[in-house]
Design a protein around this ligand. Structure first.
Ligand code: ADP
Length: 591
């Protein structure tokens, strides 16, 4: 079977298994000579209709194109028109024309593929950048026949992620080059355990799509994760595209060096030097040109381009066409349409210059625009927005986390978040249900800089709010909210300088039990390493006892066993053992 039909079968197999009656289909296929009677009998021994369907599909994956065509015809004859239509596009030597009525190639099919792969939608106000876009797509077409890397590189906030998502939003590109699907992964600055978690969840997503019943053990180490991905991409998702957004570090790319097709965005052009395979690159050299910048302002303010005041041009020039900054100003003007001159002056005067540039960007204009956007918020929302300072970069949170942090009902929180999003102060990932919220990392840089004297107290606030809400015990549901807390609680404590809290949490077997249930042991071990210097001030022996316990039992902990039972095999002098014994005694006295 060619790659195209094979990946199509893999994609739609659940639908097929659900709906078709294999016995009728097989009759036709035997008549066509693509299935033997022996094979049919073997399939018929399966207990249920669904099992039989699954077995037939499994067999077809090992056969040739003729089988696929015969199968397709059989579906038509048995009037499974809707199922047949799923296979139609990948029939060998046919070229579908159905999508021609969608001029920009953004068909319902594209929408489904992108949403399944977690590709972000267009920003609410969006302008096309056809020249750049074509350059990216042209490179992506190079990946049709062989695996390789396409890099989009350029400054922060220059629109790389939006461009990457847009490039994939194109029917014939997906159909001709990536029928296996498009899978989006936001990376950002992260360390090894976080990278492992990202890959674990990617593998989980891909495996679930293939078979929701399947429960593979998550890969334990980066090497194992790499092998798992290699298998998935090669065997199960041939001809699919991985989009890795915002890569900082070569070690990340090395984990993906598995001979697949990758589009990545980065600020660092030379990252791909360290990996093998065909490489192509597109530079986003400058911001938007004047016309595009004006178009954004016009869209936000609901005016015609030629009806914009003369300040508009200067605003675009002042922020060097940065899409991020123009969008921030546009959102401001939408609310206060008579402030063109005022915002231009703010940008020019650099009166917020006192905000030191904290990291990797060189837009004074961003500081100006952010400060202005925050300034127009109602006082109480300004305070709430400040709380985002404590979020990690590239981490998306559900509204529930903020509802605990702000001690407000979830509906109210959602309204506030929508207001922030409308002002481009916050972004929403609506692919996920519940929605997830996040800031551009330049915006976080800005907040950290602006609130640098309050970092400790802001982290303290989030810890206290958590403790207040979960005074009866840590959450263990495993949903997004729970994951956030279990993953970041210790970091917040450390940054809040709440060392006492940190000791008692991390030197407790209960916490180990909860965290190993919700996250990987790799995360836990990393916590003990990352906070080692603080913990050692309290008791370095206990710290290493916990760390060793985890390092030695990491494998078993993946299987969610009884942590107390495992801990009872620790040396008698270990704190881990002492706590386990106490819990065991309590349990036995209770029951
Ligand atoms: P990068 O990935 O280079 O840091 P992004 O792609 O995240 O930058 O873009 C930053 C912001 O700029 C977006 O959230 C959006 O508000 C705005 N933006 C980027 N590209 C466009 C575009 N083509 N049209 C409108 N706004 C855009």
């Amino acid at each position: 079977l060619d790659e195209g039909p094979r990946s199509c079968l893999l994609r739609v197999r659940h639908r097929l298994e659900q709906d078709m009656k294999p016995s009728y289909i097989m009759d036709h296929m035997i008549t066509d000579g693509v299935l033997t009677v022996d094979e049919e009998e073997k399939i018929r021994t399966r207990a249920t209709r669904k099992d039989q369907a699954a077995a037939l599909l499994e067999l077809m994956l090992r056969k040739d194109n003729r089988t696929y065509i015969s199968f397709y015809n059989a579906l038509i004859k048995e009037t499974y028109d809707d199922l047949a239509s799923l296979l139609h596009a990948d029939l060998p030597r046919t070229s579908p024309t159905a999508y021609k009525s969608f001029p920009d190639g953004y068909t319902p099919y594209v929408r489904t593929v992108l949403s399944e792969g977690g590709v972000p939608q267009r920003p609410v106000v969006f302008v096309s950048r056809p020249e750049l876009l074509n350059r990216v797509r042209e490179k992506l077409y190079q990946l049709q026949k062989e695996p390789g890397w396409v890099t989009i590189f350029g400054m922060a906030g220059s629109g790389k992620s939006v461009l990457a998502a847009e490039a994939a939003r194109y029917h014939s590109l997906i159909e001709e080059c990536f029928p296996g699907g498009i899978h989006w992964l936001s990376i950002g600055q992260l360390d090894k355990p976080d990278l492992l978690v990202k890959i674990q969840s990617l593998c989980f997503r891909l495996e679930q799509e293939l078979d929701p019943q399947l429960h593979h053990r998550p890969p334990n180490s980066l090497d194992e994760a790499k092998e798992r991905m290699r298998f998935l991409m090669l065997r199960r998702y041939p001809r699919s595209l991985l989009i890795l957004d915002d890569i900082w570090d070569t070690s990340v790319l090395k984990a993906f060096d598995i001979q697949c097709r990758i589009l990545l965005t980065t600020r660092n052009r030379s990252l791909v030097d360290s990996v093998s395979g065909a490489k192509y690159e597109v530079e986003v050299a400058s911001g938007l040109d004047e016309k595009k910048g004006l178009e954004i302002l016009a869209l936000y303010t609901n005016r015609k381009m030629h009806g914009l005041p003369e300040e508009a041009r200067s605003i675009v020039k002042e922020c060097k066409g940065s899409p991020l900054v123009v969008s921030l100003i546009g959102a401001l003007l939408k609310e206060k349409p008579d402030r063109w001159h005022y915002y231009l002056r703010q940008l020019q005067q650099k009166q917020f210059k006192r905000i030191r540039k904290s990291s990797s960007y060189d837009y004074d204009a961003l500081d100006q625009a952010m400060a202005a956007s925050i300034e127009v918020l109602p006082e109480e929302h300004r305070e709430l927005y400040k709380d985002f300072t404590v979020l990690e970069k590239d981490i998306k949170v559900p509204a529930k986390v903020l509802s605990i942090l702000w001690d407000l009902p979830i509906e109210e929180v959602e309204d506030i978040l929508e207001e922030f999003a409308n002002k481009s102060l916050l972004f929403m990932d609506t692919n996920n249900k519940p929605y997830l919220y996040y800031l551009h990392d330049l915006q976080l840089d800005f907040l950290i800089e602006q609130n640098r004297n309050e970092i400790e107290s802001l982290h303290t606030k989030i810890v206290l709010q958590y403790q207040q809400y979960y005074r009866d015990g840590h959450p263990t549901s495993g949903d997004e909210e729970c994951q956030y807390w279990i993953r970041f609680l210790t970091d917040h404590m450390a940054k809040a300088n709440l060392t006492q809290e940190l000791y008692s949490l991390m030197f407790s077997l209960d916490w180990v039990t909860v965290k190993s249930q919700v996250m990987s042991p790799a995360h836990l071990i990393n916590d003990y390493i990352a906070h080692g210097p603080i913990l050692d001030k309290e008791n370095s022996d206990v710290r290493s006892q916990f760390q060793e316990f985890l390092s030695l039992n990491g494998h078993q902990l993946e299987h969610r066993p009884d942590v107390v039972q495992l801990a009872l095999s620790e040396p008698l002098t270990s704190e881990v053992y002492r706590q386990a014994r106490m819990q065991a005694l309590q349990q036995s006295s209770r029951g």
